[in-house]
Design a protein around this ligand. Structure first.
Ligand code: COA
Length: 153
């Protein structure tokens, strides 16, 4: 049986999620109808800088899930707080580890962190094409509120 170990860190953990983030970006690219090029050109460095700019010291939370038998990182969840708004910015679980509660454990830790930080509003942006994730978020009371359309330039 798989044993998963959980840990929590801040922006210092960002670099460790790069291999999984690259898989998430590929996942978004494969599902996107109009923005394949956007995901094709999106780099981890750009994403990392965006997250660092968005959060100040102490306002980023990273939950990590590691397979205790292999020592490999199998899931992560990055959240930030800007002002009084919390955002689940990025979450990814390795395909063969899904549907076993890891995503739930990580999002619960992110929400607990936001509770502790007295965040008034919590959001998550779901890329168009990735609506299959709605069912997961609905379990934590996140529902679609608005569709943002972006002009392709
Ligand atoms: C979405 C994701 C993070 C969920 O992680 P997970 O570890 O598989 O989730 P859990 O096992 O904790 O599932 C919790 C519940 O959500 C449901 N769920 C999980 N993924 C789901 C999905 N894609 N669609 C609908 N329901 C889903 C599960 O059925 C489970 O319900 P149950 O307990 O009644 O069976 C994972 O599927 C993933 O990494 N997907 C690819 C990347 C992605 O889409 N990330 C989100 C970017 S916005």
């Amino acid at each position: 049986m798989r044993k998963i170990e959980y840990s929590e860190t801040d922006q210092r953990g960002l670099d460790s999620v790069e291999p999984l983030w690259l898989k998430l970006n590929k996942h978004h690219k494969s599902r996107s109808r109009h923005f394949k090029n956007y995901f094709k050109n999106y780099t981890f460095e750009t994403r990392k800088q965006g997250l660092l700019e968005k959060s100040h010291q102490g306002t980023m939370h990273i939950g990590l899930a590691t397979d205790a038998n292999t020592g490999k990182l199998v899931g992560y969840c990055i959240s930030t707080i800007s002002g009084s708004h919390g955002e689940v910015d990025s979450i990814y679980i390795e395909k063969e580890y899904r549907y076993s509660g890891i995503g739930s454990n990580l999002i619960k830790k992110a929400i607990a962190w936001m509770d502790k930080m007295s965040v008034s509003k919590r959001i998550v942006a779901v890329a168009a094409g990735n609506e299959e994730a709605f069912g997961f978020y609905a379990r934590y009371n996140f529902y679609p509120q608005m569709n943002i359309l972006e002009q392709i330039q």
